[in-house]
Design a binder for this molecule. Structure first.
Ligand SMILES: Nc1nc2c(ncn2[C@@H]2O[C@H](COP(=O)(O)OP(=O)(O)OP(=O)(O)O)[C@@H](O)[C@H]2O)c(=O)[nH]1
Ligand SMILES: [Mg+2]
Length: 245
């Protein structure tokens, strides 16, 4: 039997990258209608409004604000902002060190942070599913990051390619997790393995591997309950699920 366990990690960091990128987007030029005159105005062509301070909300805005002369030591502030955004202390220190080396007066520090995060994440890794036997994808991440939705999309893509897909609900913690996954499995024409709420996530994964093999599935996708990577016992639980698989 060939089992390949691909662990999907880094959703937190990905979220930060997206946050940085999105918050740097320029507002889209769109026409507005003057209701009194019935005229349409292209916002981009109107004279520039009086200079306003850049946004100080969102991670990118707060980073820029920290470097705007407001705080005495922006590097310590930056490290605190990263830790506060759930980037681990070690990675935060690394990012601060790397950005500090590259930063020169006038640079946008949030852009440099975004570049560092992208370089840490590296190029996207292809989903390495085996050509024979059962491939297992264990999906982990913080609460509400989009794990279950992504599983639905991934399952639909794989069944669309002609692969037989099983899904295991090892999120036995959150209310209605099973019902949510059932909807996605139905849409993707995938087979769902689940147990009652509160069951051991490792036990669900064990049953699911057996059931997927018995059905001749090509891929088993295992959903897990959202958790913060800073919660050690919950991370140990994930390790157990992986070992069981
Ligand atoms: N717009 C948008 N919303 C998304 C996307 N992915 C997930 N969502 C929404 O984000 C919310 C959380 O998504 P889930 O897939 O339930 O996230 P999760 O990580 O499984 O959540 P937990 O199991 O509670 O940890 C839902 O309302 C989804 O509809 C996406 O790509 N785009
Ligand atoms: Mg979920």
């Amino acid at each position: 039997m060939e089992l390949v366990v691909a662990i999907v990690v880094g959703l937190v960091v990905l979220g930060i990258v997206l946050g940085v990128v999105l918050s740097r987007r320029r507002p889209v030029s769109r026409p507005t209608v003057d209701r009194d005159r019935g005229e349409t105005t292209d916002v981009a062509k109107t004279p520039p409004a009086p200079t306003v301070a850049p946004p100080t909300t969102g991670l990118a805005g707060r980073i820029r604000s920290a470097f705007g002369g407001r705080v005495e030591d922006p590097w310590t502030e930056l490290e605190g902002l990263l830790v506060g955004a759930d980037v681990g202390p070690g990675t935060s220190a690394r990012i601060v060190g790397d950005v500090r080396e590259r930063y020169t007066q006038g640079d946008d520090p949030s852009a440099l942070v975004g570049e560092e995060i992208r370089s840490i994440l590296g190029a996207p890794v292809p989903l390495g599913l085996p050509s024979e036997g059962l491939g297992v994808v264990l999906v982990v991440g913080v609460n509400g990051a989009g794990k279950t939705t992504t599983i639905g999309k991934l399952a639909a893509r794989l069944t669309g390619q002609g692969r037989r897909v099983s899904i295991a609900n090892s999120d036995t913690f959150r209310a209605a997790a099973s019902e949510q996954l059932e909807v996605w499995a139905g849409r993707a024409d995938a087979h769902l393995v689940r147990q009652t709420r509160g069951a051991d996530p490792g036990a669900v994964a064990f049953d699911a591997v057996q059931a997927a093999q018995a059905r001749g599935s090509d891929v088993l996708i295992v959903d897990t309950a959202g958790r913060l990577h800073t919660k050690q016992p919950l991370m140990e639980e994930l390790k157990k699920v992986r070992r069981v698989i």
